[in-house]
Structures are given as structure tokens and as C-alpha cells.
Write a protein that binds this ligand. Sequence first.
Ligand code: NAD
Length: 431
Amino acid sequence: MTTDRSARTTETPQDQPAEVSNWDIVNHYFDIATERLELREDIAAVMRSSYREVQVQVPVSLSDGKIHVFSGFRVQHNGARGPYKGGIRFHPEVDLDEVRALAMLMTWKTAVVGIPYGGAKGGVNVNPRELEQSELQAVARSFMDKIEKVLGPTRDIPAPDVGTNAQTMAWLMDEYGKLHGHTPAIVTGKPIALEGSQGREAATGRGVVYVLEEIADELDMSFDDMTFAIQGFGNVGSWAARILHDKGAKLVAVDTVDGSIRSDAGIDPHRLDEFLFSEEGDITDFPDSESTSKAEFLATDCDVFIPAALGGMIHEHNADLLNCRVLLEGANSPTTPKADSILSDKGVYIAPDVLCNAGGVIVSYFEWVQNLQHFLWDEAEVNGRLEKIIKRGFREVAQKCEDEDIPPRIAAYELGIERVVEASRTRGYIA
Ligand code: NAD
């Protein structure tokens, strides 16, 4: 079996994901933003709905000798600002509702940080933890065969998300190439050996840290005496943790689907990454740390709490446990509207997903640009450009918050929606 970094367990109501769906969450904020913008109802209806939603069967022969039929989805939400862009998720609970919500979020995200893409998302309702590598490859190829007609390097460009990685992107690119010829710009987040970009693997976590640098300036916090807790130690969480640790901050608690640990003396995230993924250790056996319950993990006293797992993990039944000054949303839609209110009332600064985790799509954009030009940038150039773009996005959102006395999430949604409306008007899609 593969050692994948995702899945979902449940223990008590506090540990369970929220009852509201990702679609409810993004629509809640969309409604607030469009009302404040006084957007005409018919235009809001265009902005809310997807351009195209594709559901396909993904039949794959597994090692039990049987054909298993998974469901695959690709939702293209809005392409007014450029080609559709968004990740592919492999997770047993993927459904159309979730993919549609994540696609909409991508539309606002690319607009907030000002990169020339629309929003999309995809997924297959498969549990990668239960499949061999060869079986996962078969799922990826079968999925690509079914959706390639709606993709293309100037049309729709997938990337990794929960349960997928650079290897998955390599299979997708190869399968697309069998039909269309070698086309590296069809997916981003590829391995470096296949025209992936330097800095892409760490990009989302690095972007989260760049956003925190700006917040720390605003709140007068220093990395040297900062403590942080991470929920989810996959691509986003592990990179954010490693980069923050290297800047002097102390990781005091980690939660994954397989358990939670805490150490007041600090957890070395480089060592934890090696322990979990090279040595295939069980997180609860990690040396010099104690295993905790999910509730204890959530209640960790820390300066910064970084959700980097799934949507709806912080909700009305557990938000009150959080004991942090800043909530930095590495994950998409980790905080339900009720949890958002509870935390805001406690004075927690919430850095919203739509800005905070945009580092991944920004560096995906760089990868695509390099692929189209068949040119390679070094890592310093990638990181430098990422920093410039995400910090510009932060400052634009912060300025709007100050001017209009609104929280960052609403400011970010408004900025994103306004830009998509403007592009749609200029194209002549809406009057
Ligand atoms: P991943 O598959 O690499 O890691 C997911 C992590 O979440 C794993 O550590 C897993 O153990 C943990 N997890 C899953 N269920 C859990 C549970 N019930 N309790 C605690 N931990 C749990 O995924 P990723 O790519 O790091 O994505 C994480 C989040 O960040 C998702 O919301 C994704 O949409 C978002 N995101 C990812 C990227 C990217 O570039 N990969 C970009 C933007 C946003």
C-alpha cells in the first residue's frame, strides 16, 4: 500500500468535520461580498454558477481482479480572466458539491493575487491510501482519458491537491501526451525531471509564510519567539512548518489523520517529515513528543494556528478550543462561517484561504509560463517573484480592510469578484 498523506478519521463531535459543506461555506462569503458590492442579482447568478461541470466514470482493474468504478469530476467555474486552473484531489469523499465549491474559490483566488487564470477544480472519489502505485497510475490515466477533451494548455490546466502529487501530474501529462503530443504545459506541479518548476513543491507552504511575514509586521510579532501548531502535515503543512522553523519559529503541535503530537520544547519538522515519509513511522511514536487527543491539539496555546488539512475542520463545536492569535488558512475552506465568527469575536486575526494559500497557484503560473517558453528559472527567481505577488495581494486586501473596516476574507472576496466582473464586462459577457 502507498503511504499517502490524506484521509479522514472521526472520533468525537469536536473532531468531526462540520455539517456545512464547502459549497455552503464559499457561498456564505460570496453572498456577503456581492451584497456589499451591490452586485445585480442576475450578474451574481452568473458569477456563482459554473461554466462547465463534468462527471465521468473512472473504471480501473485493481489487484483483487475486479473492475472498480470510481467517479471523476472536473468543474470549470469561470474563465473570464484566463484559462481554467485548479488542482485534482484524490479522496474518498470527493463529490460534485465539494469540487464545485473549490473551483469557485480558485476563481476568486487567482483574481485576488492578479494572475491571468480562471478557476477550476477536479477530483476522483478514490482513497489513495488503499491503492498500490500501479493502481493509482491506472486511476490517473483513466481519469485523464475521460476529461482530456475539456482540458488544454490554453483551456484548463490541472495541478496537485489533497492525495495527488508530482508523480500523479507526470502520469496525467504522459496520458495527455499520447493523444496530443508532448505538452508539458497541460499540468503544473510536475516533477523537476519533466519540466516542473523549481520551488513548486514548497510553494503553497512558502506563500503561507510570506503572508505571515506581513501579518507579523502588522501585529508586531517576531518569528524568534513565535510558536505555531499545524493541522495536516502533507504538502502544504509540512512545507509551511519547515520554512517557519528555519525562520526561528517553534512548532509545538501537529495533527494528522493518524494522530496528534505536542512538545513544548518544539518539534523539528524536517525530522518529522523524514520520520513519517522516509522511515514510515507512526506519528504518535515520534521521539520527544507526547501523543494528544484532537481536542488537546486544537487547544494548543500558540501564536499561530495553521489548518492545512481538509475543509470544514474548524467549526462551531470546536472553534472555541483554539488558543491562538493568528489563524493562517493553508487549507481551502477550513473554517466554517460560525467558527469564523467565534474566532473573530475572540480577537483572532484570520488570514483567509483565498489569499493565504495562493502560493501554489502562483508558482503553477510560473511553471506554465516556463513550459510555454521552454525556459527554466532558478529557485531564487521563483521564490522572489512569489514573494512579490503574494505580498502585493496581501497589501491590497489589507488596504481595503482598513478603508472599509471589513475583515480580510470579505475584502479578498470583494476584490476577486470585482476583478472577474470587470473582465466579464470587458469581454461583453455581461452588460
Ligand atoms: P496532502 O494530501 O499532501 O496532505 C493532507 C494532510 O491532511 C495530511 O497530513 C493528512 O494526514 C491531513 N488530514 C487529512 N484528514 C485529516 C483529519 N481528519 N485530521 C487531521 N489531519 C488530516 O494535501 P495538501 O496538498 O497539503 O492540501 C492540504 C490543504 O491545502 C487542502 O485543503 C488543499 O485544498 C489545500 N491547498 C493545497 C495546495 C497545494 O499546492 N497542494 C494549494 C492550495 C491549497
